[in-house]
Design a protein. Structure first.
Length: 89
């Protein structure tokens, strides 16, 4: 029983090793094919994209607050109109 499990584990490790070797070769080929692209360039672009996303998020938050204020002001104005005309809701 234990020997069978150990053989299964050994087989799994060999298969994993083969898969990792293949993956490593594929990554090496990918970098070789894109040798004109520097790893640092991708990091810079990723950082720029992140900064843009933060900026957009901040602007959307500001717009949301402004919209909430406009809706609140409109609701208050509507309440005043109803109250002054005696219509109520």
């Amino acid at each position: 029983e234990v020997d069978t499990q150990l053989q299964g584990i050994g087989s799994y490790q060999r298969e994993l090793g083969t898969t990792l070797d293949l993956l490593e070769r594929n990554v090496d080929e990918l970098f070789a094919a894109q040798n004109h692209v520097h790893v640092g360039d991708a990091d810079v672009e990723r950082e720029k994209s992140y900064e843009r996303a933060l900026d957009v998020d901040m602007k959307l938050d500001q717009m949301s607050v402004a919209l909430e204020n406009v809706v609140s002001d409109l609701n208050a104005a509507q309440e005043r109109v109803f109250a002054s005309s005696g219509l109520g809701r």
